[in-house]
Each structure stands twice: as structure tokens, then as C-alpha cells.
Design a protein around this ligand. Structure first.
Ligand code: APR
Ligand code: PHB
Length: 392
């Protein structure tokens, strides 16, 4: 079996793996990325598009901020609404911070381009990945690529392979503690080359269910409606989507709605999930391999960046022989921030969605939450601080 040697083996070529690899390479640490899908398939995924300031900073540190600066749209606030009320959350006034609207697909594209420039070895369509010897000085990742079984020998392994990857499951079941909340609905999302109904995002909790008006740029919108888990994409024609979306957003926004053909349409389930620990010997879990948030708080990509923020410097220190304090502290430091984002995403989801079979009390709680936000700057500041991203 062919053996390749590197310093850090990275499983997964999504945002987590690419950003970690880019930062490690720039610090002089060698990496190899093993990715299950083709590059085209990775880049075809449509995900959220809100970057916290910390994520923007990290992308600049990684040397991939130029196109984001040129094409991204800074947002100073967002709106929360129900059938009667719309509350503006002014991030700038409340926190002095803003978020950047720039799609995850673009971030991933920029990272691939930068990694190609680095000459980093990214192997696509890799299968049957098996991680071993995590308690030895050198660990191993065996995999099949282009019909050949190969072995990657390394000092450390970064499990950046998402919720369905192998890394988390490499940690023995009895050593893992998992926390989960599966929501009884999904989000049907579309992309359409039409102008947004509003300059800023609108999260709308209408009596017909949740809707979100987001965007990628001034002529590309990303809209969502809450749908039952039993729904299939083929149940939703464009016209049905437009009709329902218009009924769930505030009337003044609906009057501005410009419809058009969907260029992407998909349904995603919503889940809150955390798996502890983030470390097993020389293996470190990063991003979706360790945690999943419902998209209501726009935290998925930002939490991946958060883990990378804590791990990349720690791995450089360890690889360069400057001590293991950083990697020893990684699980606790990363999880502390993960849990706070998990709470915020769960709170936004329960506040903005109708749950089948809920009683009138639950509806009153949602109304009172929005009413409190409308009348309390302190409540708005709390939401704003979480939305723009808590400090690292
Ligand atoms: N071997 C190699 N690669 C794998 C394996 C495997 N066994 N299993 C999964 N992968 C790859 C997937 O094909 C994917 O490209 O790992 C990558 C994981 O990427 P993501 O799922 O995007 O996770 P992450 O990089 O942590 O980024 C988190 O992505 O899915 C969104 O909402 C999520 O915004 C968040 C962000
Ligand atoms: C998106 O633009 O896709 C998006 C924005 C904010 C969210 C979720 C998704 O909370």
C-alpha cells in the first residue's frame, strides 16, 4: 500500500477543512485533504450566507478576503416580524458590529482557489476512510483513491467531514456524549435571480408558519418557508412557493416581492446537535462533524470558523514542538462558544416557528418575546450580540 506522509491529515474538503488547511499551510504546516465528493459537487451545495465579524477576520488572516470584500454586502441589522409587528435589530447601534452577506459557496470557492495556489494536496472522490493509531506518535488514515488503497501517515488528524463523516464515529460510542433536538419541520429554500424584498433580512413568524427573506446580492435572493417534514421538493412548484412566501412575510414587503424562476430549490431538516469530546488522542473534530445548528441563527459556517480559530494556532504550536497546551485546551475552549451559539440558534428557532400541536400558551410566549424585543433595548442588544457573533 502506498504511504504518504504529512503533518496534519484533514478529512473533509468543506469550509472547515479548507480553512484549517489554508491557515496551517500559511504557518508552515503541511496538510493533505481527503474529500469524499468531487470538487464540483462540493461547490454545488447551497448553504447559508451570513458571516460574523470573527469569520470575516479569519478569512482575511487566511488570505482569502479579497473577493468577499469586493462582492460581499455588509449588513447593519435585520428584522424579526409576526403578523402584527416588525422589530428592527440595529446591530451597529447596539453592538458597533455588522455581519457580512457572502454565500458559503463563495467562501468555499475562494478557499479552494487559495489552496490550489498553495499547491496543497486535495484528493477528491476518496472512499473507505479509516483512521487509526490515534494514541501513537504517528497516526494513520487509510483510504481508497483512484482504485488504490493508500495510507496517510501524520502527526494529527482533523475531522472536518461533517455530520455524516467518519471522524466522530471513530471515537468509541461509549466515550461520546451526544446532545440532540430534532425539529418537527424543515426549511424549503429557493434561489431566484430577483431583487430582494428588503435591504436587510426579515425573519417572519406568521400564523401560517416561518419564512425568511435573505439574499446573496442585489439580484439574487435566498428565501425560505417552513414546511412539514413529510413535504418533498416536488410538492412545491415555484408558483406555490411564491404564493405561500408572500402570505408569510409582512404585507409591505410582500407588495415589493418580485418573483421569478427558482434556480435552486431544496428542503433541509433542522436539528440541534453536539457531540463531546472534540478530541480523541491525535484526532480533533471541527465544524459539522461535531455540531449542527438549525439555520435560524445563521451559525453553521460561523461555528466551523470558530473551531478553526481555536484549533489552527494550537496545531501549529504542537507541530512546531512549542508545546501541547493549545491542543489540550481546544475541546473546552471551542465547546464553550459552540454551546452559546447552540442556545441562541435553539432560541431563535423556538421563537420563530410554529410547532404542530402546540397550545395557545406557546403562541402567547412567542408574541411576548417579540413584544419584549420591540420595547426593550436590552433584549435587542442581547439578540444582536449573539447574532453578530460572541467574542472568541
Ligand atoms: N471522507 C472524506 N470526506 C468526507 C467524508 C468521508 N468519510 N464524509 C464527509 N466528507 C466530506 C463531505 O463531502 C463534505 O465536503 O466532508 C465535508 C464536510 O463539509 P460540511 O458538511 O460542509 O461541514 P463543514 O466543513 O464543517 O462546514 C460546516 O457547512 O454544511 C454546512 O451548515 C453547515 O455551514 C455549515 C458548514
Ligand atoms: C441564507 O441567506 O441562506 C440564510 C441567512 C440567514 C439565516 C439562514 C440562512 O439565518
Amino acid at each position: 500500500m502506498t504511504t504518504i506522509t504529512t503533518q496534519v491529515a484533514i478529512i473533509g474538503g468543506g469550509p472547515s477543512g479548507l480553512l484549517l488547511s489554508q491557515l496551517l499551510n500559511r504557518a508552515g504546516v503541511a496538510t493533505v485533504i481527503l474529500e469524499r465528493s468531487s470538487r464540483e459537487r462540493v461547490l454545488s451545495r447551497i448553504r447559508a450566507g451570513i458571516l460574523e465579524g470573527g469569520t470575516v477576520q479569519l478569512l482575511h488572516e487566511a488570505g482569502v478576503g479579497a473577493r468577499m470584500d469586493a462582492e460581499g454586502i455588509p449588513h447593519d441589522g435585520c428584522n424579526l416580524a409576526d403578523d402584527e409587528t416588525m422589530v428592527h435589530i440595529d446591530f451597529q447601534a447596539l453592538t458597533g458590529k455588522q455581519v457580512m452577506v457572502y454565500g458559503q459557496t463563495e467562501v468555499t470557492q475562494d478557499l479552494y482557489a487559495a489552496q490550489d495556489q498553495q499547491g496543497t494536496s486535495i484528493l477528491h472522490e476518496v472512499t473507505d476512510v479509516v483512521i487509526s493509531d490515534l494514541d501513537q506518535a504517528r497516526s494513520h488514515v487509510d483510504f481508497t483513491h483512484q482504485g488504490l488503497r493508500k495510507r496517510l501517515e501524520c502527526l494529527y488528524v482533523a475531522g472536518c467531514d461533517g455530520f455524516h463523516g467518519v471522524s466522530r464515529k471513530t471515537i468509541p460510542d461509549e466515550k461520546r456524549r451526544e446532545f440532540e433536538r430534532v425539529y418537527p419541520f424543515g426549511w424549503l429554500g429557493i434561489l431566484s435571480e430577483t431583487p430582494p424584498v428588503s435591504d436587510e433580512l426579515i425573519y417572519s413568524n406568521s400564523r401560517r408558519g416561518f419564512a425568511l427573506a435573505s439574499m446573496r446580492n442585489e439580484n439574487l435572493v435566498r428565501y425560505y418557508v417552513q414546511v412539514p417534514l413529510s413535504d418533498k421538493v416536488e410538492d412545491w412548484s415555484d408558483q406555490r412557493f411564491w404564493d405561500e412566501f408572500a402570505r408569510r412575510i409582512p404585507s409591505d414587503a410582500a407588495e415589493r416581492l418580485v418573483t421569478g424562476p427558482s434556480i435552486e430549490k431544496s428542503i433541509a431538516p433542522l436539528r440541534s446537535f453536539v457531540s463531546e469530546p472534540l478530541r480523541w488522542g491525535n484526532l480533533f473534530l471541527v465544524g459539522d462533524s461535531a455540531h449542527i445548528v438549525p439555520p435560524t441563527g445563521a451559525k453553521g459556517l460561523n461555528l466551523a470558523a470558530s473551531d478553526v480559530h481555536y484549533l489552527h494556532g494550537a496545531l501549529v504550536e504542537a507541530v512546531m514542538g512549542k508545546g501541547t497546551a493549545g491542543i489540550d485546551d481546544y475541546p473546552a475552549r471551542a465547546l464553550a462558544r459552540v454551546w452559546k451559539a447552540m442556545r441562541f440558534s435553539w432560541q431563535m428557532t423556538t421563537m420563530l416557528h410554529r410547532f404542530d400541536g402546540e397550545d395557545a400558551f406557546a403562541e402567547q410566549m412567542r408574541k411576548a418575546t417579540l413584544d419584549h424585543l420591540a420595547h426593550s433595548e436590552t433584549a435587542r442588544r442581547d439578540l444582536a450580540e449573539n447574532y453578530v457573533g460572541l467574542p472568541f
